[in-house]
Design a protein around this ligand. Sequence first.
Ligand code: AMP
Length: 306
Amino acid sequence: MIKLLVAGTVAYDSIETPFGKAENVLGGSALHFTNAASFFTDVGIVATVGADFNLEDIAFLKERNVDMAGLEVDSQGKTFRWEGKYNYDLNQAITLKTELNVIENFKPKVPPQFRDADFLFLANIDPELQAHVISQVKSPTAIVLDTMNFWIESKFDRLMDVIEKVHMLIINEAELREITKEHNLVKGARKLIDRGPSCIVVKRGEYGVFMMSEEELFLAPAFPLEDVFDPTGAGDTFAGGFMGYLANVGDASFETLKQAIVMGTVMASFNVEEFSINRIKKLSYNEIKERYSAFKGVMQFGECTL
Ligand code: AMP
């Protein structure tokens, strides 16, 4: 039985940043997520790719106990493709082209061995597909959802229906503002909590993460790096570290959520050091542990002596 299930996109991305260009490289919300989460727990993936996708490129995930039984190959179609660029503000991805391809006719089927998963991550994909996945899982401890402007603008009502069914949201600052029409983060998070979820995690790029539940708040900075190369997938990698850690510990108390936020931040900091999934693919546990400890040092301070 797998502990953590993810549904989302497996993609070919073409990316341009001020530091270089990469064409038709591996990407997608579910792939970046799984690449990070599989360091901490067994992951099952539900996604679809086209006949043009080279499965050999992701075979390394099997060595990390990723179950691909839910990865459907649509022999009639082409893999989802995203083309984007960043200017010097690396917090802002500019979408140049989105080709839905195989996800346009995708009806995600959750294999029977995934239906008891304790943790479910609905990565960025069509909210109708996210709802369809929820209807197939039994009773997870935590259902967590991500989305982006593409779906907020094209399927707002369907997205709001799904938000009412989940325990937590992991979205970025601009998405929070676009969904809630609130500029203030605390007010925006409160509006979403009033719709159902008990906890809202807001990604703020290089400014870190803001987490709010009904009664508690937690803030973490981003890990300060000298060189950021490509931010694509940082959000999904954050979510992978966050949820992988939760599934590993097996609970979603606020104390565990705080550690999971730091683990997500650590994993995202590695992801941005190279294009595509390359940095996390070759990462080691020691590197993860060392950076987690360094991060703890950065965040500690003593009691006020006044
Ligand atoms: P992020 O973690 O937010 O940087 O997500 C980057 C990944 O999202 C890329 O690898 C893209 O393939 C994927 N992506 C881009 N647009 C969409 C979309 N509309 N739906 C689902 N996934 C997307």
